[in-house]
Design a protein around this ligand. Structure first.
Ligand code: FAD
Length: 498
């Protein structure tokens, strides 16, 4: 079998001017899931990718950082066990870690290559991968350039799936050696003794966790708002703060980074605190984690008058993937602020179904599950309290501390909580948040219940495995139903109305 690179080369040589059903710009999660869906429907696809298959879903993003997180967590746990056994553990080997991260990425990349080869050999639909930079020339027309030359693709439909990249600011120029963003931080050869992270959103907190758990680096997390993870409720942010501090992560809030630059192999930086004089500091390394910007420049969006927001995101019509230009759809990070693999994939599939199918229901973001890979895990689906209040949605909320969950007691990991929000008048579940060990095991149940419009009372009589963290959901449902539970001391309830 030929490697995908050879296939791409051959395709480049053989390309004529036939018109395909769909041309996709970008083979990240959005583009790849769209290509698969189109092949399911028997369509011909050209998938244009500037670099490698997978985008940030694989490299310098979701999969690579999660492999780092798993390894860091295992190392931290091994260190705790070694301490209990009075034995010592060597310092973590970055080259070994990098080799494992590489292995994860190669495994998933190989799966993508195999499925594409299989689709093409079966001949129902087809996916031709073309390596190069794609650019819209007009409706239904895309130019692809690479060092071998330029070709033009004619397509009945075009999907823009060019994703996003880390946001840069001139005051803190990334050099990939001392001042990093998420694109370069995983290439480290040595663990720094001190690391300052600017931005305490998901990416900043995930890398703080990784370096904190590896235990060789003094991490300082700098956040301009009043708390880390400002989009989550205060109690959740406070729990993560407490647990971050327990592994030595220092958190500075109300702290605006003014500048950072490299002097004699060290990062010098200045931070302004509200109402007090600026503070200058020094660290071996810095990580800039100020969010992402959409890749919408230089893809010919202006040529076709595709409407974009002032921040550069492609604007889709209603809860759809259609743009203002007929025949041009957009999916994934380039469309909105919520940048997640599961959303990119959902939008990619939806785009194809609405191009070739009929009567598609609008996209729904209500039951999107999220996990943040922190110390400890944070998981959620649907509304949290601050979102419900902002939307003026009344709710009942029940919150159960991990100390009331048998499995957490068995694991001796009783820090954390879960909470469910439900409509006061009906049984409808509005959302769930959990912070603690195995938190990610909880979201699927609630996501499915929200999707299927099931009442929370449906949870009460399911025989969950024991002992498990998921039993906590059942406890919450019983409390919402006004029943006594063993762990009543660990439960609190409240109701909020606009
Ligand atoms: C450090 C980090 C950790 C993350 N962790 C998670 C996580 O745990 N869970 C989660 O759900 N999400 C996570 N994300 C977010 C997730 O990676 C993105 O939301 C997702 O990859 C977006 O998919 P996409 O297809 O829209 O874009 P991308 O993944 O950005 O892919 C776009 C592709 O388009 C290509 N491209 C761009 N321009 C062109 C062009 N003109 N021509 C041809 N090709 C082009 C790019 O090379 C790229 O391959 C993380 C992101 C980062 C940075």
């Amino acid at each position: 079998m030929r490697p995908i690179e050879q296939q791409m080369q051959l395709f480049w040589l053989n390309w004529g001017m036939e018109c395909v059903d769909l041309c996709i710009l970008g083979a990240g999660p959005a583009g790849l899931s769209a290509a698969l869906k189109a092949a399911d429907l028997g369509k011909s696809v050209v998938l244009v990718e500037e670099h490698k298959l997978g985008g940030y879903g694989l490299r310098r993003g979701a999969l690579s950082s999660k492999t780092w997180w798993e390894l860091a967590k295992q190392y931290h746990e091994a260190k705790q066990t070694a301490f209990q056994l009075d034995v010592s553990l060597p310092a973590p080997s970055l080259s070994l870690f990098r080799a494992n991260v590489d292995k994860s990425m190669k495994a998933i990349e190989a799966q993508w290559e195999k499925v594409i080869r299989k689709i093409n050999s079966e001949g129902k639909g087809s996916i031709q991968v073309m390596q190069g930079r794609g650019r819209l020339l007009g409706t239904g027309s895309v130019e692809v350039s690479n060092p071998k030359g330029t070709v033009c693709i004619e397509a009945a439909n075009v999907l823009l799936a060019t994703g996003s990249r880390p946001r840069c600011i001139p005051e803190i120029p990334c050099d990939g050696a001392f001042i990093h963003n998420s694109d370069s931080i995983e290439n480290l050869q040595l663990l720094p003794k001190t690391l300052v992270i600017f931005g305490a959103g998901i990416v900043g907190c995930e890398y703080a966790t990784i370096f904190g758990l590896l235990g060789q680096t003094q991490v300082t997390l700098v956040e301009k708002g009043s708390r880390i993870l400002p989009f989550e409720d205060e109690d959740l942010s406070a729990e993560v703060t407490r647990q971050f501090e327990s592994i030595g992560i220092r958190i500075l809030t109300h702290a605006q980074p003014d500048w950072a630059h490299v002097v004699d192999g060290m990062v010098n930086f200045q931070i302004s605190f509200q109402g007090s004089t600026p503070w200058t500091g020094q660290a071996d390394m810095a990580l800039l984690a100020l969010g992402k910007v959409p890749n919408t420049e230089d893809v010919g969006i202006g040529t076709c008058d595709v409407a974009c927001s002032p921040r550069g995101h492609v604007i889709c019509l209603g809860s759809e993937t259609r743009t203002n230009v007929p025949g041009i759809h957009a999916a994934g990070d380039l469309t909105a602020d919520l940048a997640l693999v599961n959303i990119a994939e959902m939008e990619g599939r939806h785009a194809v179904e609405s191009m070739f199918g009929s009567g598609m229901p609008p996209l729904s973001y209500e039951d999107i599950s999220t996990i943040m890979f922190l110390h400890p895990e944070v998981a959620g689906v649907g509304l949290n309290e601050q979102e419900a209040q902002k939307k003026q949605v009344p709710y009942r909320c029940v919150k159960l501390n991990y100390a009331g969950i048998s499995r957490a007691v068995a694991m001796q990991k009783t820090s954390g909580f879960m909470k469910i929000l439900a409509c006061p008048e009906t049984d409808k579940i509005l959302g769930m948040r959990a912070v603690g060990e195995h938190a990610s095991s909880l979201v699927q149940t609630i996501a499915l219940m929200i999707k299927q419009n099931l009442p929370f009372s449906a949870l009460k009589d399911v025989a969950h495995p024991h002992p498990s963290v998921v039993e906590g959901l059942q406890t919450c449902a019983r409390v919402l139903n006004g029943e006594w539970v063993r762990s009543s001391e660990e439960v609190s309830r409240k109701e909020w109305r606009p």
